[in-house]
Ligand binder design. Structure first.
Ligand SMILES: *[C@@H]1O[C@H](CO)[C@@H](O)[C@H](O)[C@H]1NC(C)=O
Ligand SMILES: *[C@@H]1O[C@H](CO)[C@@H](O)[C@H](O)[C@H]1NC(C)=O
Ligand SMILES: *[C@@H]1O[C@H](CO)[C@@H](O)[C@H](O)[C@H]1NC(C)=O
Ligand SMILES: CC(=O)N[C@H]1CO[C@H](CO)[C@@H](O)[C@@H]1O
Length: 394
């Protein structure tokens, strides 16, 4: 009885810890591969390439078609401007029918000064989990059919984040949009549903005055978001969702919001929409906040004389504009990093994204009921509860 009681208690603890379904996510396993600095001038010169290999292996394992996009850029190494070869990694989930393609992307390299797990290992881990679950649910035995194409992209060399290097060339995502994506879309806006970018998604704080906003944030740029954040005592307790004010971007943003908010634990980390209207004035301080992540070359896409803005969303914790309530002890291992708060936040983001992909790119198979993908987790839980009760009665 002693043993079975212990077993039962352990199982109950296991069940109680099931927050935003995080035990179905393999975040810890991914994060182990993103703990070290992945910069061309980093101490571990092989770290960037090792991370890239890991992403490719996982994409293949999930059944995605892997494509690679190499580009040349430049940066300051040992005092000299040097050409560097970068590689964006693409995982393609081809749809069976026509319709606009959707992209989910995250940077996998790092700057020299940020925590490699926070910026942006967690974003890459989330993207991998979204890819894994999307592919699993759209297998022949899954609940959905894959109708429209989804691509998952890990971007290399975000030179815009290496701010100390003012001579650095353009970042990998810039080349990706111009050299890979636009030709792939047959240079037609109609073939593109939008990009959703994950860049730093684990910095949170429920304490007042932990969210900093740059000068000009309120004045006509993001008035609604400003009001809400001030009302909330400037707490860094939200995931920011930056979008343009165009109808296509707003539709994508709303679909994500709706699917995110549906989760019963969504209240733990709310999503704050930041809508940048076309005519809104933007100060250089505000631009500093939003011009170095991968959504930016989509917003500012200019393939010819004509600007052709592409729809894109940025999901971010606002990074250096926020003080996290959780410091990671140095050296920050993936185990120490993946606290319950971070795990829940990443899981919620994953759930919102996966359901957004189901909603926009897939179709429920006839005969599978609404919510049955979520219900599989519940029925597993129910089975465990029965086992626990049996153990207790015994
Ligand atoms: C990068 O530059 C080298 C020469 O420095 C060239 O041989 C190579 O083809 C370039 N690669 C790409 C992808 O443009
Ligand atoms: C989605 O794909 C399935 C299977 O290929 C097909 O039966 C269905 O008609 C498609 N739906 C649309 C809207 O294209
Ligand atoms: C682009 O055109 C090619 C050749 O006509 C076609 O096979 C491909 O499906 C098109 N791509 C998209 C995204 O429509
Ligand atoms: C699974 C899920 O919650 N899907 C929802 C995503 O958002 C769309 C648009 O609001 C809803 O129709 C889906 O039901």
């Amino acid at each position: 009885m002693g043993l079975s009681l212990t077993c039962a208690l352990l199982l109950l603890c296991f069940l109680a810890s099931g927050g935003a379904g995080q035990d179905v996510y393999q975040l810890g396993a991914h994060l182990q591969h993103f703990a070290s600095v992945r910069h061309p001038a980093g101490v571990d010169v092989g770290a960037r390439e090792a991370a890239r290999s890991y992403i490719k292996d996982k994409f293949r394992e999930y059944g995605l078609e892997v494509a690679s996009h190499s580009f040349n850029t430049s940066m300051l190494l040992n005092g000299q401007t040097t050409t560097i070869v970068g590689e964006n990694v693409v995982g393609v989930a081809e749809g069976s029918g026509k319709g606009p393609l959707l992209l989910v992307g995250a940077d996998y390299d790092t700057s020299l000064r940020h925590n490699p797990l926070e910026d942006n290992g967690a974003g890459v881990a989330a993207m991998l989990e979204v890819a894994r679950n999307y592919m699993k649910e759209t297998q022949p035995e899954g609940h959905f059919t894959r109708n429209r194409t989804v691509i998952f992209v890990a971007f290399d060399l975000n030179t815009k984040e290496y701010r100390s290097d003012s001579k650095a060339g353009r970042p990998g995502f810039y080349y990706f949009v111009h050299q890979w994506l636009w030709p792939h879309l047959n240079q037609s806006l109609l073939n593109f549903g939008g990009a959703i970018i994950l860049d730093s998604i684990t910095r949170f704080s429920m304490n007042p005055n932990t969210q900093h906003l740059p000068d000009g944030f309120s004045q006509c740029t993001f008035p609604e978001a400003y009001k809400k954040i001030i009302e909330d005592e400037s707490k860094g307790n939200f995931l920011a969702l930056f979008t343009r004010g165009t109808s296509q971007s707003k539709h994508l943003a709303q679909t994500f919001m709706d699917n995110y908010t549906k989760h019963r634990k969504a209240g733990l980390v709310r999503v704050q929409k930041m809508v940048l209207e076309t005519a809104a004035p933007v100060t250089s301080h505000v631009l500093d906040m939003i011009d170095h992540q991968a959504h930016f070359p989509f917003w500012t896409f200019h393939p010819s004389d004509q600007p052709t803005a592409l729809p894109a969303l940025l999901l971010t914790d606002t990074d250096v504009y926020r003080q996290s309530s959780e410091q990671c002890p140095q050296p920050c291992t993936s185990e120490a990093f993946l606290t319950r708060q971070r795990q829940q936040a990443i899981s919620l983001t994953c759930e919102g994204l996966i359901n957004t992909l189901f909603e926009l790119q897939a179709e429920r198979r006839p005969g599978t009921s609404e919510g049955s993908n979520g219900a599989s987790f519940v029925s597993v839980t129910a089975t465990w509860i029965m086992i626990v009760m049996a153990a207790l009665l015994y």
